[in-house]
Design a binder for this molecule. Structure first.
Ligand SMILES: Nc1ncnc2c1ncn2[C@@H]1O[C@H](COP(=O)(O)OP(=O)(O)OP(=O)(O)O)[C@@H](O)[C@H]1O
Ligand SMILES: [Mg+2]
Length: 343
């Protein structure tokens, strides 16, 4: 394990048992996270982003199982850990800002008590000591310390989200997973929380996995990005390289679908037609082939390898051929065909 990597994930597979069969939510995912780096994770709803996040914390629901793989957190395999070990690393070494967590704050305790509890339980602090830290955390996340004794319902959405962020940072973890930390908020507050995340990132040198389906946000916060589809990483690499020259047809499609004023004016707000496949029976070969304008026979027959295109890894048989096709060019004909149905 390279010492600059705080996290290394190798060939991770995670399934959910359901009455319909196993949902293959994460299918052979590998990546690493460098110390101080923010890795952005994007992809359509249901592609496995949260499942991947929960797996790293080993906080999966009871019907989930890790089928195979390694999750090396500062060199130690999280998959081999028992509950006692896990309790030692959760919050302290790896923490998560859960999707929708601000609505899951306990209504019967003050927000100060809820953060203080993390500190008393895990660090053995007295309540008084914990409150000192909570006060400091409040200032860091832009909350007035006078709100410590407030109950969740007394706070606005943005303030509650700040509480949740403070909780995730309370034990100074090596890795923070932020799962859609701004999605439930209105646009102005979203921007404020994004600024806060960037500030915290710089101040604490956080190593972070930032999950969002908003590509504009992703570009703002990430050093590298990974694009996930049907449980697999389709493209992973430097943020500037990927936004300048997205190689995978899926990444090109996501970027071509980002709304701009121009597109709104011309009534050309389009998204990739169709929906991700059912993960109980994922398609053979490349899962994106069913929606891909460039799909050929080989895409059905053979799972694509990762192709290195100028340092960016792309899971596509035609990565080299398609590298310089612009997102608009790649999707123009498809979008034109669907324009009237989707606008
Ligand atoms: N507890 C569960 N039991 C069964 N299937 C589940 C469970 N949780 C998630 N899934 C399925 O696993 C797949 C991945 O879901 P996941 O929540 O990880 O996606 P996501 O990328 O986080 O989506 P979103 O953008 O909507 O948050 C989906 O097909 C989903 O329906
Ligand atoms: Mg999710």
């Amino acid at each position: 394990m390279s010492s600059e990597n705080v996290l290394e994930v190798k060939n991770l597979r995670v399934h959910y048992t359901t009455a319909r069969g196993d949902v293959q939510a994460v299918r052979d995912v590998s990546f690493s996270l460098k110390r101080g780096e923010t890795l952005g994770l994007a992809g359509e709803s249901g592609c496995g982003k949260s499942t991947l996040g929960y797996s790293l914390m080993r906080l999966l629901p009871a019907n989930a199982k890790i089928i195979s793989g390694e999750i090396l957190l500062e060199g130690e395999n999280v998959i081999d850990m028992d509950e006692v070990m896990l309790r030692k690393i959760r919050w302290k070494k790896i923490s998560m800002i859960f999707q929708g967590a601000m609505n899951a704050l306990n209504p019967v305790f003050t927000v100060g008590d809820q953060i203080a509890e993390v500190l008393t339980l895990h660090e053995g602090m007295t309540k008084r000591e914990a409150y000192e830290v909570v006060r400091e955390l409040f200032i860091q996340v832009g909350l007035d310390p006078s709100r410590i004794k407030d109950y969740p319902h007394q706070l606005s959405g943005g303030m509650k989200q700040r509480v949740v962020i403070a909780m995730a940072l309370a034990l100074n973890p090596s890795v923070v997973i932020a799962d859609e930390p701004t999605t439930a908020l209105d646009v102005t507050i979203q921007a404020q929380i994004q600024d806060l995340m960037k500030r915290l990132q710089r101040r604490y040198g956080l190593s972070m996995i930032y999950i969002t389906h908003d590509l504009a946000v992703l570009a703002e916060v990430s050093h590298r990005v990974m694009i996930m589809y049907a449980g697999q990483i389709m493209e992973i690499g430097d943020v500037v390289k990927i936004y300048k020259r997205p190689v995978h047809p899926y990444t090109k499609g996501l970027i071509a679908s980002v709304p701009t004023i121009q597109k709104v004016k011309e009534k050309r707000l389009i998204s990739i037609p169709g929906a991700p496949p059912d993960l109980v029976n994922p398609p053979s070969g490349c899962p994106f082939r069913l929606r891909c304008p460039f799909a050929k026979e080989i895409c059905k027959e053979k799972e694509p390898p990762y192709v290195n295109v100028d340092g960016v890894l792309v899971k596509c048989h035609f990565a080299r051929e398609l590298a310089d096709v612009s997102p608009e060019e790649a999707w123009e004909s498809v979008f034109e065909k669907y324009e009237y149905e989707t606008v």
